[in-house]
Design a protein around this ligand. Structure first.
Ligand SMILES: O=C(O)CCC(=O)C(=O)O
Ligand SMILES: [Fe+2]
Length: 262
């Protein structure tokens, strides 16, 4: 078994290290740990994933709103609630990741989960109770991008495996809205969303390289991935957890995200 995490450099149970990670996540809404995953892991994942690219489920030019909610016809197509952006990516689902992959070792690791809980300030996290959601491998081929959006989940755990020749940059605008606010104005911030869509907001870039661990709070920060360019696909791993046990996707959600109901 290959060593997946560089635990010589990253002491996952070191309280001073955890405190620094918590602080960075609180200050920036994002945490990048460069070189968290070993070259062995990155090479093993690419060796498994790249030959399977044709097995990935590609959403071609799917459009969605920034809020990832269905349009409200009463508001009109130009309203920030309804404005559509394009996302295209290929996805290998959890059950398409070989069982011997070090990604499973990481996803199942009590030590890794405890570290995530400590940094995210969570009591516990649990794997998805379905066969598709836990570990996903995303591909962006030449021209493919992820449009501006807010995440539904309060945190995301990702790791880039391969960068494209150019493009494929992660851009964000922090704290555009407060999804938990009582008032609609703060919860939606239509003016702020429109400014980002119109290219009038200050956009920051989150830089990360293959092997880096990225924790990101995307519920209130608008973010996107710019179009990949060139013949080398962008390859990114997403580890998805729930704060409650036993949560799985519905059949219709599986159809939407994975193109199959089981
Ligand atoms: O590809 C990335 O780096 C980010 C992906 C993302 O924002 C998402 O899947 O919601
Ligand atoms: Fe996202």
């Amino acid at each position: 078994m290959v060593t997946a995490i560089d635990t010589l450099r990253f002491r996952l149970d070191d309280s001073a290290f955890i405190a620094r990670c918590r602080q960075a996540l609180a200050d920036e809404g994002a945490l990048v740990l460069p070189g968290f995953f070993t070259d062995h892991l990155v090479e093993a994942v690419l060796a498994d994933a790249l030959p399977r690219i044709d097995d990935a489920f590609f959403t071609v030019d799917a459009t969605h709103s920034v809020y990832l909610t269905p349009p409200d016809p009463q508001l009109g197509g130009e309203h920030p609630f309804n404005r559509q952006v394009t996302s295209t990516k290929g996805c290998l689902a959890h059950d398409q990741v070989p069982t011997r992959s070090p990604l499973h070792t990481v996803y199942e690791s009590d030590q890794f989960r405890q570290f995530l809980c400590d940094v995210l300030g969570l009591e516990s996290i649990h794997p998805y109770a379905d066969t598709v959601s836990g570990i996903n491998v995303h591909f962006h081929l030449d021209g493919q991008e992820l449009g501006w959006h807010f995440d539904n989940s309060s945190f995301a755990v990702t790791a880039l495996m391969q960068a494209p020749e150019s493009g494929g940059r992660f851009e964000y605008v922090a704290e555009v809205r407060d999804a938990d606010a009582h008032g609609e104005a703060d919860r939606m911030n239509f003016d702020g969303v429109a400014a980002v869509l119109d290219g009038e907001a200050d956009v920051q870039e989150l830089s990360f390289e293959p092997g880096d661990l990225v924790l990101f709070r995307g519920r209130n920060s608008m973010h996107r991935v710019t179009p990949s360019r060139g013949s080398v696909p962008r390859v990114l791993v997403v580890f998805a957890y729930n704060t409650e046990p036993g949560v799985g996707l519905s059949e219709s959600a599986k159809l939407t995200f994975y193109g199959r109901s089981e």
